[in-house]
Design a protein around this ligand. Structure first.
Ligand SMILES: NC(=O)c1ccc[n+]([C@@H]2O[C@H](COP(=O)([O-])OP(=O)(O)OC[C@H]3O[C@@H](n4cnc5c(N)ncnc54)[C@H](OP(=O)(O)O)[C@@H]3O)[C@@H](O)[C@H]2O)c1
Length: 281
């Protein structure tokens, strides 16, 4: 595989599961890795483990709870103060359905439905805030780790005040990521930044799956194979605005292709994230 020696790669949620394995693989290919997590000691352990396994010491840790927009902004500022270019941003961190049977609606520190914020909105904010250094690194890429589990967004109840169910909240946030992918790819056409998303693998052996489903169907290695392919292969380098089911280009939920729905989500997201429309400021 092609070396990543001169590439700077950021992965959110790289302290466990898919994100940690992907970070290890990219580190073994020589990249400078910006590893994000929400727990400093888990982050330090991940860095030590990746360094030991790969011999790569170009590893930096960034801490931010994605349930706080302020922490996301602070992290992006810290990254931009150290790096002028970012070749690959992988928006991977995610909160699953939680413990099975848990039906209590959860809110972020910003008062936003928690999964919508952690899985989608905080990554929307992070991506826009890092966009100047992503554009400066072109050809560069943004990858959103979504899922085959997708639920249509009901704009009359986007915060799920009426119809809350944690797995619906998860699936809604995963479709929002796909809508964001298509939208951002359109916006960045001819900038040299490719934006794609994927379902990595079904029921991998990771914490979120054990917690909600109790049993698994595939391995995190399969998910990392798909992520590594979509994020770094030559074939996918010229593809943008697409959803992959593992390594195959596929169709997402029909709402992803509804321009009006994407525009509504875009406007709502800029407002909730406190961004000016179309800018990272
Ligand atoms: N597992 C599957 O079968 C599957 C299938 C389809 C899609 N996916 C997607 O794959 C991605 C990775 O999931 P995974 O299976 O590897 O799950 P995981 O092992 O549970 O890892 C999730 C990562 O996200 C971090 N995270 C969770 N909440 C956070 C918060 N509030 N702020 C900051 N970081 C937070 C976790 O941090 P901690 O280490 O501190 O918990 C961890 O690093 C997710 O986007 C998920 O939706 C997974």
């Amino acid at each position: 595989m092609e070396t990543l020696d001169n590439k700077v790669i950021m992965i959110t949620g790289a302290t466990d599961g898919l994100g940690k394995l992907a970070a290890k693989r990219f580190a073994s290919r020589g990249a400078t890795l910006l590893i994000h997590g929400r727990n400093k000691s888990k982050g330090e352990n991940a860095i030590a483990e990746i360094k030991k396994a790969t011999g790569n010491d170009k590893l930096e840790y960034y801490n931010a709870d994605l349930g706080s927009l302020e922490e996301v902004r602070a992290m992006a500022t810290s990254i931009r103060s150290k790096h002028d270019t970012l070749h690959l941003l992988i928006n991977n961190a995610g909160l699953g359905g939680g413990p099975k049977g848990n039906s209590k609606r959860e809110l972020s520190r910003d008062g936003i439905e928690l999964r919508f914020q952690v899985n989608y909105l905080s990554h929307f904010l992070l991506t826009y805030t890092l966009l100047p250094i992503i554009k400066a690194a072109a050809p560069s890429r943004v990858i959103n780790v979504s899922s085959v589990g997708q639920h249509e967004l009901d704009f009359r109840d986007i915060m799920l005040e009426k119809n809350y169910e944690s797995f619906r909240a998860y699936r809604q946030s995963k479709l929002a990521q796909i809508m964001f992918t298509i939208d951002l790819a359109g916006e960045l056409e001819s900038t040299g930044v490719a934006v794609n998303c994927l379902h990595p693998a079904t029921l991998m052996n990771t914490n979120m799956v054990y917690e909600f489903f109790g049993s698994t169907m595939s391995s995190v290695e399969e998910g990392a194979d798909a992520l590594e392919y979509v994020a770094t292969s030559e074939e996918t380098g010229t593809v943008t605005g697409k959803y992959f089911d593992q390594k195959r280009m596929a169709n997402a939920n029909a709402q992803a292709y509804d321009k009006e729905a994407r525009q509504r989500l875009r406007e709502l997201s800029f407002k909730l994230a406190g961004l000016k429309n179309g800018s990272g400021d």
